[in-house]
Design a protein around this ligand. Structure first.
Ligand SMILES: *Cc1c(COP(=O)(O)O)cnc(C)c1O
Length: 398
């Protein structure tokens, strides 16, 4: 039975789907009343290792019996360890742990501003951002995202973000002023509808930042942690950022985020400049380290690329056969989108009827974000179910 929203104790901020899940295992979710679904939403790109991954369950249980939380007043060995491991496999030298993506972005924005402040250019506080972006729901990150529907009614927009068209280099150049601190971009816009920045574009932005002393800030909250078949999406472009926000997949379902930076970019973040009570607590670090154990194991990312290829080819064939419903297939790795020829919510509802959970995105896209551990057989089963849904939608169209 679904709760009557009129009598709910909860804020009405979410228009929830009337399903109540009780347990999960790998790609599968089971409702209280025993119905099984294939979860291709992955808790919005969070459950990278699927549900109830044994290594994560073990790590969480073991840490739960030892120590949950101490605050950042003390040293936290798990932070040191996860920090060392993340910096070893990325461009970064420094890490700040948070509980969420928006907080990772807040840390990234503050890091960029402080960098220029301590470099003797305090006037440089503005970031160039992109139309269709999503960076979170805090006051600064809704300003960075720039979407009217998230800004409306929440008072003056936080100053310091100049939005330009995604993919337009001329617009970036035109937006540069003496106050520009850097550029903030998602390599692939997730909420915005699985819109990819080309490798050439990312390289051009990197060169532009270098030319003008700007910081390149990447939001890899959704694209990171193996989602695109590389540990981070920007690796495909052969560039590195100065600052990067990470969350979602890094905790595998435990609330965890991180802001990564080079030594130089992080130089302004000295003692007392920033902080968090929970961020990087021992429980979160135990899970974060366990996630990395799995993701850094040999063959893991290869597996992601292999199954992603199966899925993308299968989706392309579906688009060929049902162009009225599947207009276009987008994305990289297991961050995939179907641009729907019918309302995306209608297609997603048909998919649920066929036992597949997906997520919606902007631009009338249905997002497919399966766990990275999905097998090729599970991909084929999911694709059969998606085809059933597409055919059902088509029949109703006719
Ligand atoms: C989800 C998301 C965020 C915000 O993360 P929260 O954990 O919801 O605060 C920021 N940026 C991108 C690209 C995201 O996908």
């Amino acid at each position: 039975m679904s709760a009557n929203p009129e009598h709910s104790p909860l804020y009405a901020t979410y228009s929830r789907i009337g399903l109540r899940f009780e347990r999960g295992k790998g790609v599968w979710l089971t409702t209280e009343d025993g119905r099984r679904f294939m979860d291709l939403s992955g808790g919005i790109a969070v459950n990278g290792l699927g549900h109830a991954h044994p290594h994560l369950v073990e790590a969480l249980k073991a840490q739960a019996e030892k120590l949950w939380h101490t605050s950042n007043l003390f040293e936290i060995p798990g932070q040191q360890r996860l920090g060392e491991r993340l910096t070893a496999v990325t461009f970064a030298d420094r890490v700040f742990f948070t509980n969420s993506g928006a907080e990772a972005l807040e840390a990234a924005i503050k890091t960029a501003r402080r960098y220029h402040y301590v470099s003797g250019r305090p006037e440089r506080y503005r970031l160039i951002t992109f139309e269709g972006a999503f960076h979170g729901r805090t006051l600064a990150t809704i300003a960075a995202g720039g979407q009217g529907k998230y800004l409306e009614g929440f008072g003056p927009k936080v100053d310091g973000f100049d939005q330009v068209a995604f993919g337009d280099m001329g617009a970036v150049k035109a937006a540069l002023t003496d106050e520009t601190a850097g550029i903030l971009i998602e390599p692939i816009q997730g909420e915005g509808g699985i819109r990819s920045a080309s490798n050439e574009y990312l390289r051009a932005l990197r060169a532009f930042c270098d030319e003008h002393g700007l910081l390149m800030v990447l939001d890899e909250v959704q694209t990171g942690m193996g989602r695109t078949g590389r540990l981070f999406a920007h690796e495909a472009a052969g560039i590195t950022p100065d600052i990067m926000a990470v969350a979602k997949g890094i905790g595998g379902g435990f609330p965890l985020g991180a802001c990564l930076a080079t030594e130089e970019a992080a130089k302004g973040m000295t003692a007392g400049t920033h902080g968090t009570t929970y961020g990087g607590n021992p429980l979160a670090m135990a899970v974060g380290n366990a996630v990395l154990d799995v993701m850094l194991a040999p063959g893991f990312l290869e597996h992601v690329r292999d199954v992603a290829l199966v899925m993308k080819q299968s989706l392309a064939s579906l688009a060929d056969r049902h162009p009225g419903v599947v207009q276009e297939v987008r994305g990289e790795g297991l961050l995939l989108g179907i641009k729907a020829g019918i309302p995306n919510s209608v297609l997603a509802a048909e998919m649920r009827e066929a036992g597949v959970i997906s997520a919606l995105a902007g631009d009338n896209v249905v997002r497919l974000l399966p766990p990275l551990v999905i097998t090729a057989d599970e991909v084929r089963e999911a694709m059969e179910r998606i085809e059933t849904a597409v055919v059902a939608a088509e029949t109703k169209l006719a």
